[in-house]
Design a protein around this ligand. Sequence first.
Ligand SMILES: *[C@@H]1O[C@H](CO)[C@@H](O)[C@H](O)[C@H]1NC(C)=O
Ligand SMILES: *[C@@H]1O[C@H](CO)[C@@H](O)[C@H](O)[C@H]1NC(C)=O
Ligand SMILES: *[C@@H]1O[C@H](CO)[C@@H](O)[C@H](O)[C@H]1NC(C)=O
Ligand SMILES: *[C@@H]1O[C@H](CO)[C@@H](O)[C@H](O)[C@H]1NC(C)=O
Ligand SMILES: *[C@@H]1O[C@H](CO)[C@@H](O)[C@H](O)[C@H]1NC(C)=O
Ligand SMILES: *[C@@H]1O[C@H](CO)[C@@H](O)[C@H](O)[C@H]1NC(C)=O
Ligand SMILES: *[C@@H]1O[C@H](CO)[C@@H](O)[C@H](O)[C@H]1NC(C)=O
Ligand SMILES: *[C@@H]1O[C@H](CO)[C@@H](O)[C@H](O)[C@H]1NC(C)=O
Ligand SMILES: *[C@@H]1O[C@H](CO)[C@@H](O)[C@H](O)[C@H]1NC(C)=O
Ligand SMILES: *[C@@H]1O[C@H](CO)[C@@H](O)[C@H](O)[C@H]1NC(C)=O
Length: 715
Amino acid sequence: MALLLALLIVCHTLFTTHLCSATDTITHNTTLRDGDTIVSNGGTFALGFFSPGNSRKRYIGIWYNKVSEQTVVWVANRANPINSSSSGLLRIDSRPNLVIFDGNQTNPVWSNNVSIPITERTNPSSLFYKLLDSGNLVLVDENRGNRGSPVSSPVFLWQSFDYPTHTMLPGMKIGVNLKSGLNWTLTSWKSPDDPSIGDYSTWVDRSGPPEFFLRRGSRLIWRTGVWNSQQGWSGIPTLESESVLNYSFVNNPDEVSFSYIVYNTSIFSRFYLDDLGKIQRSVWRESGRRWDRFWEAPGDRCDNFGECGAFASCNPNDPWICSCLPGFEPKSPKDWNNLDRSQGCVRKRVCDNGDGFLRLLKIKIPDASNARVNMSMSIKDCEGECRKNCSCTGYANGGRNGDGIGLISCLMWFGDLVDIREYMDGGQEFFLRVDAVELGYVQTKRHPKPLFNLPVSDTNEEASANFELPSLELDTVMVATENFSPANKLGTGFGSVYKGKLPDGREVAVKRLSKNSGQGMTEFKNEVTVIAKLQHRNLVQIVGCCVEKEEKILIYEYMPNKSLDFLLFEYALDGLFSIKSDVFSFGVLLLEIISGKKNSGYYREDPSMNLIKQAWELWREGRALELVDPSMGSSYPIKEVMKFIQVGILCVQENAKDRPTMSTVILMLECEMTIPNPKQPAFVFISRTNSPRTSTAGTGSHSVSEMSTTIIEGR
Ligand SMILES: *[C@@H]1O[C@H](CO)[C@@H](O)[C@H](O)[C@H]1NC(C)=O
Ligand SMILES: *[C@@H]1O[C@H](CO)[C@@H](O)[C@H](O)[C@H]1NC(C)=O
Ligand SMILES: *[C@@H]1O[C@H](CO)[C@@H](O)[C@H](O)[C@H]1NC(C)=O
Ligand SMILES: *[C@@H]1O[C@H](CO)[C@@H](O)[C@H](O)[C@H]1NC(C)=O
Ligand SMILES: *[C@@H]1O[C@H](CO)[C@@H](O)[C@H](O)[C@H]1NC(C)=O
Ligand SMILES: *[C@@H]1O[C@H](CO)[C@@H](O)[C@H](O)[C@H]1NC(C)=O
Ligand SMILES: *[C@@H]1O[C@H](CO)[C@@H](O)[C@H](O)[C@H]1NC(C)=O
Ligand SMILES: *[C@@H]1O[C@H](CO)[C@@H](O)[C@H](O)[C@H]1NC(C)=O
Ligand SMILES: *[C@@H]1O[C@H](CO)[C@@H](O)[C@H](O)[C@H]1NC(C)=O
Ligand SMILES: *[C@@H]1O[C@H](CO)[C@@H](O)[C@H](O)[C@H]1NC(C)=O
């Protein structure tokens, strides 16, 4: 007892002008020295000097008093530290500002610059700062009688919650108040050792329906998406109000803000923006003595703002991540295939009055900064309004509006649609303007997968004459073949051939020339040029090449059956290629002249049929003359024409070795000689006019089509 009394006396005499024991207030006669703390009434938070991380500099901060791991939630002098651990002190001046001094200097290193009207500070002793159990440091006026009032109702003359640093506590707001000019933003620390303002901050965009952004400097990194009272943030499907938390969003002419409360105040829950630009939500687990992270953003790659460019959709489960929206194609197919998605996608067909709307589900609806809101429009009217104007690229149901008046709001987008992503669960619905053709595909369910990224290859011979072989990057080829996975290997020769899948969904065969193929760069380039020039629509298409580092790679269209391996190994590998493929082309030409039909457009009803197959079947059945162009009537020399057909089929035999050389062909046509019976031709044809959509190759999952299972309607 005596000891206690002695302590009390010592205490009293030594510290007449500063704190002896923990209190929750800072009054006009308080001096808080380094080492002293004030503690909130319930003991949840403490305020005092601290040093972050490995730094030795001193800052005034607020931290969890009951959490063993020092967790600072607010910093006063973030950019103005005290250098020495003995000299810092905190006082209030007559205004009454909170001021931090370094030793007994007369100029404070930091002040909170409150501006209380002079009439309200006549009695300085009635004004004091109090640290609440919510972690809020507030300036209260005793005479106003709100001492100790809960965070929800009081009028504080100043509060630290109005000046967030990197942490958002329950009861704190993020957003703006246009009336007071308060700007509630989270700003990252520079590093764990330095609480001064770092690269990252939150920002609310109010040009359309409000959205919160995370920025690095002025660059947009991530956005929450728009708020829908039923579903919460479009971009945070997992962030639902639960039994533990309640989120709230305010959107009125004076204020746009987001906040949350935790029903059980014994649970310590915080959002915080770390110095690397991640917003995390974590909860303290006393049992494990650690913070459990429940959520963080940006999460996966598709959270990155505008990852896929305009009119594209991001799906983290797709190996290529990005795909153009239905009815759109890459603006620059070359860049797109090289994984540069910055140019995004463009409409395949111009807008006309056949346009309709496709319902995309489970998505993060596009950046709404160029969207318009109408709070009193039904979703039906919304569609009608959007349909009227070709600049309107889509619309969405805004849900009940933020103030809960009960009206359904309509959001309409004008111009580019940016930053759409897909979710397995959650997300919102969006109605995309698409042309009638695209709607038709979906409606007739002939849209097994969109393949909407395919750069549509040239559809005529003229274009193919100017064919320029695209060069693909090694990275693209690596992803396509899963790093040349043995599982994708189709065969070997001078090099290995792998099956692969391009970003646009096309299946390809990738021929990787072995380093000891003896082929030098010049030879390789020659070969590529020859192949490119020999592009014939009846030959397997070469898609591109890749020359990077040690690698020399040719990329062909993938043919499901063995004919491809055939083509790739008996032509490109032994000098037969140019000679025999010319013969092949000649044979097709011959058959085309006889039939009067283009191979590509011949059997529209049955794409699996083609001229060569037809010629072969008629020949085998002894009905070869049925191939002849009907407009010839019967005015042609039967024997000659039979010979032409026979030679034509000989030229397109499956095995190149069986094909005659060009000089033999001339002999056969010019002279009387015995012509051998043809063997089965190679049915390896891919018509260049095939729309990507009718291609049957590929098993990739393109979930945009999966999500667009419901159609609104064409007109
Ligand atoms: C702390 O030290 C830095 C550099 O040594 C100096 O610029 C700064 O003014 C000092 N701060 C105070 C409060 O003395
Ligand atoms: C500041 O304090 C130091 C010792 O703590 C003292 O020597 C010095 O005179 C003081 N300066 C002023 C201006 O009070
Ligand atoms: C207070 O005002 C001073 C002088 O204008 C300024 O340098 C300082 O940054 C302000 N402090 C805060 C916390 O805004
Ligand atoms: C602080 O000032 C109040 C009156 O304003 C007084 O009652 C109290 O005793 C003072 N405390 C100290 C430690 O001087
Ligand atoms: C709020 O602060 C941010 C970051 O400093 C700034 O970009 C934004 O314009 C401010 N907003 C208002 C309404 O002052
Ligand atoms: C959540 O908060 C809002 C107001 O912010 C309130 O209207 C709503 O009833 C609350 N929800 C629950 C489940 O308490
Ligand atoms: C609040 O949370 C604490 C700590 O988890 C728990 O012990 C307590 O039972 C909870 N109270 C209620 C009312 O759920
Ligand atoms: C919203 O839609 C209603 C009904 O179509 C219309 O009368 C009103 O002018 C629209 N408001 C705005 C701001 O466009
Ligand atoms: C369509 O919308 C655009 C963008 O808002 C506007 O500039 C244009 O005048 C509108 N056109 C019509 C016909 O209303
Ligand atoms: C490939 O071969 C299989 C079986 O051999 C056949 O069913 C399929 O139709 C062929 N595909 C093509 C495109 O010829």
